[in-house]
Write a protein that binds this ligand. Structure first.
Ligand code: PLP
Length: 415
């Protein structure tokens, strides 16, 4: 490994930051754990764990309901979290932040609610590299409404073929729904340009940012996206909570998604009127502890500095790409010019599962399979890959450990 301290590696004291993540400091199969499955879910810093614990120990109560002391405390914490998160993504107003169960539910909400007005002939435009959660809700909608799903192809490098995107985008397109960053390839899409081109034709844009928030800052006003979806657990927060950001006027115009408590203004058997934003889209008791935990994760990221994370990870990506691709017989799937440290790879004719199993025995956690992107795997003519997905707390030394592990797998499995 190259031990020269560049400005980016010096700016982020990774060894020190690692101490904030208790789960990183354990053994797996008698080896130090090397956790490289961050695109599936990230580990949580102590501050997030402590915040959730403190909520249950001393603030636990339902929100928006009671006049009593604890309920007020819980409501303040919950709504405070909304303000923190809104300001983190630079939303104009906290009412533009809707709490959901995660990216999957955020996309389903938009497909269901915004899609309710679609008519036969309308088109939904997505890309080949979408996660199943940005495919299936649109397929279901198209089936219900008689609309057509159009798919932007990707190149051999795993980049959106821009001319094809321009060709597919039209007045018939009712929504463009694409990922900012691919969970399977690591590709960072030219989102800003895509949004500009879509808006030029009056097409609203939903961004699946599940893999964007863990790797750097996000500014919804600069992007000018109409909807942005992300999951807490992919950005060092707890599971079971996520966000749908939507422009206020657009959200105001949408019918409710689920019915129940908290989303209403008044209910009678003659009819119901609905609450204002954001509560109108948050039926039932929300994941209060989860939301508060997500706020703690955002505060943690702010302290570390999302910009410093981006520049450190750029170096980590280069190093990992060089190190892994220099191993004889290894093929990296996804070689886009702009990438986050996600390495999908194949080793000779070894099945990814077998490779993953040997890595696991060495304490190295990678994911194997299709990564919830079966159409993308089909595009590359493969059933799946082994995927090492890194976060800012991963080190150059861990990349070396992965490379050693791959060489070991090769020597054991390849003839
Ligand atoms: C993980 C992921 C999703 C789905 O997120 P959930 O937290 O499972 O709802 C969607 N898109 C991308 C790009 C993802 O990585």
């Amino acid at each position: 490994m190259d031990t020269t301290l560049t400005p980016a590696t010096a700016a982020l004291n990774v060894e020190l930051l690692r101490k904030d993540f208790p789960a990183l400091h354990q053994s797996a199969h008698d080896h130090p754990l090397v956790y490289l499955d961050n695109a599936a879910t990230t580990q949580k810093p102590q501050s997030v764990i402590d915040r959730i614990r403190r909520y249950y120990e001393s603030e636990n109560s339902n929100v928006h309901r009671g006049v009593h002391f604890l309920s007020q405390l819980a409501t303040d914490a919950y709504e405070g979290a909304r303000r923190t998160i809104a300001s983190y993504i630079n939303a104009s107003d906290p009412r533009e932040v809707i709490f959901t169960r995660g990216t999957t539910e955020s996309i389903n909400l938009v497909a269901s609610s915004y899609g309710a007005s679609f008519v036969p002939g309308d088109e939904v435009l997505i890309s080949t590299m979408e996660h199943h959660s940005n495919i299936v809700p649109w397929q279901m909608l198209c089936e219900r409404r008689g609309c057509t799903l159009k798919v932007i192809p990707v190149s051999d490098e795993g980049e959106i073929i821009y001319e094809e995107f321009e060709r597919l985008l039209s007045e018939r397109t009712k929504i463009l729904a694409v990922c900012h960053t691919s969970n399977a390839l690591g590709t960072v899409n030219p989102i800003q340009r895509m949004i500009r081109d879509a808006h030029a034709l009056g097409v609203p844009v939903l961004i699946d940012a599940a893999q964007a928030l863990p790797h750097g800052p996000m500014d919804v006003r600069e992007l000018d996206c109409d909807f942005l979806c992300f999951s807490s657990h992919k950005m060092f927060g707890p599971t079971g909570v996520g966000v749908l950001y939507g422009k206020q006027d657009l959200l105001e115009s949408l019918p409710p998604y689920q019915g129940g408590g908290d989303m209403i203004e008044s209910v009678s058997f003659e009819g119901t009127t609905y609450n204002e934003l954001p509560h109108r889209f948050e039926a039932g008791t929300p994941n209060i502890a989860g939301v508060i935990g997500l706020e703690a994760a955002v505060k943690y990221l702010q302290k570390v500095s999302p910009a410093a994370i981006s520049s450190y990870e750029a170096e980590l990506t280069d190093y990992a790409t060089k190190t892994i691709s220099s191993i004889d017989g290894v093929r990296i799937v996804g070689t886009a010019k702009r990438k986050v440290p996600v390495m999908s790879f194949l080793v000779g004719d070894i099945h990814p599962y077998d490779c993953g199993t040997i890595l696991d025995r060495l304490g190295i956690a990678v994911r194997t399979g299709h990564h919830c992107t079966q159409p993308l795997m089909h595009r590359f003519g493969i059933p799946g890959t082994a995927r090492a997905s890194l976060a800012f707390y991963n080190t150059f030394g861990e990349v070396d450990a992965l490379a050693d592990g791959i060489r070991k797998a090769k020597s054991m499995l390849m003839r």
